[in-house]
Design a protein around this ligand. Structure first.
Ligand SMILES: [Ca+2]
Ligand SMILES: [Ca+2]
Length: 364
């Protein structure tokens, strides 16, 4: 036992001696201010670079703890000018100021001080901090809380009208995923790009909120859902009530190139069970009529009729079944007028008035 203790002691002395023989290789880094350290910021990839990002908008202010470190990572005592020590590269978007409670601003020993970073308006900017002869910045993104793009028309539209939604600066749509609702009802999107959505006004009603989903801020920061600050009142289709009768049914121009289509959007309800449109051919065309609506429990029929509305073309009304959607392909005679009747045959459990689309394709 005695021998073992002696061996252990000898080994311990050796280890201590070995440590004392080498100097700390980082000792030259000790002492002078080398960098500023900020807490409560997130390293986030924006574009191709990694920057410090304070996501304000969900949290409008962020308390920032600032330390001055030497090259070895030791916290140094420092002071920071509560006015000159802080600046913003975008004062209308990003603000930064000394922590207002002077007693709580600095810890004993002056090794840490607090500031507040806040967002003022949607956009990006840098909050700049200067202390101990050093200056560093935090990239700040203030997220929008409402959709501040341009909506045309902004306040009133008729059913079936197109509404053009242009994204504001910094916001982009995701063409594969962005969806729109008007008054809580899914809106048909006619076309979409990263900067513009064209949709149809549907869902009759007053003061309806337009909400868009799946957008990005600054290209990479997801925005789940934003609503426009103004509401849109959707009135009856401009073709109503003329479209209730064969004789007064409004004229719809047919597509002129093979593969293209024209689209009609309207709605049906118990008090408005038929919408009728007039088409006139120039040449003998093979046309495909698609009658589309959003509720499988509702039975809507599509009828292609002769000019008098007295007979189906072709006979037996092939798009008047229980299918959803109803599709009819028919070759029409040149220079001839026809009527298209979309009819609410049986209401289901969907939302009424029920918004429908009729697409007329030129197939040959
Ligand atoms: Ca209607
Ligand atoms: Ca009608």
């Amino acid at each position: 036992m005695r021998r073992q203790s002696t061996v252990r002691l000898a080994a311990g002395v050796l280890a201590l001696s070995a440590a004392a023989c080498f100097s700390d290789p980082t000792s030259s880094l000790r002492g002078g201010p080398a960098r500023l350290e900020f807490s409560d910021v997130q390293a986030t990839t924006v574009g191709t670079s990694v920057k410090n990002l304070v996501m304000t908008g969900t949290r409008d202010t962020v308390t920032l703890n600032i330390r001055v470190l030497d090259g070895q990572g030791n916290a140094l005592a420092f002071t920071i000018d509560p006015v000159a020590g802080y600046a913003s590269t975008a004062p209308t978007i990003v603000g930064i100021q000394a922590y207002p409670d002077t007693a709580a601003r600095t810890v004993p020993g002056n090794t840490s001080t607090r500031a507040i970073v806040y967002g003022l308006a949607p956009g990006v900017g840098y909050a700049r901090i200067s202390a101990a002869g050093l200056t560093d910045s935090i990239w700040v993104a203030k997220l929008p809380s409402t959709f501040l793009g341009t909506v045309t028309p902004a306040a009133a539209a008729n059913e079936g009208d197109t509404i053009v939604v242009a994204a504001p600066a910094g916001v982009t749509f995701d063409p594969a995923n962005t969806a729109a609702t008007l008054g809580g009802v899914a809106a048909y999107i006619k076309s979409i790009s990263t900067t513009k959505v064209v949709l149809y006004a549907g869902a009759l009603g007053a003061s309806q909120t337009l909400t868009l989903t799946h957008m990005f801020f600054q290209g990479t920061i997801p925005l789940a859902s934003l609503s426009a600050p103004t509401a849109i009142t959707v009135g009856a289709a401009s073709s109503e009530p003329a479209n209730d009768a064969i004789a007064t049914a409004p004229v719809v121009a047919l597509p002129t190139t093979v593969g293209s289509y024209v689209e009609i959007v309207g709605s049906l309800d118990a008090a408005d069970a038929d919408d009728i449109y007039t088409i006139t051919t120039t040449t003998a065309d093979s046309l495909e009529f698609q009658f589309l609506w959003p509720d499988a429990s509702t039975d809507i029929d599509g009828l292609v009729l002769n000019a008098a509305g007295s007979a189906c073309v072709p006979a037996n009304c092939p798009a008047a079944g229980s299918a959803d959607p109803e599709i009819e392909k028919v070759r029409l005679t040149a220079a001839t007028t026809y009527k298209i009747d979309i009819n609410l045959f049986a209401k289901g459990t969907g939302t009424f008035p029920m918004v429908y689309r009729i697409r007329i394709y030129k197939r040959g």
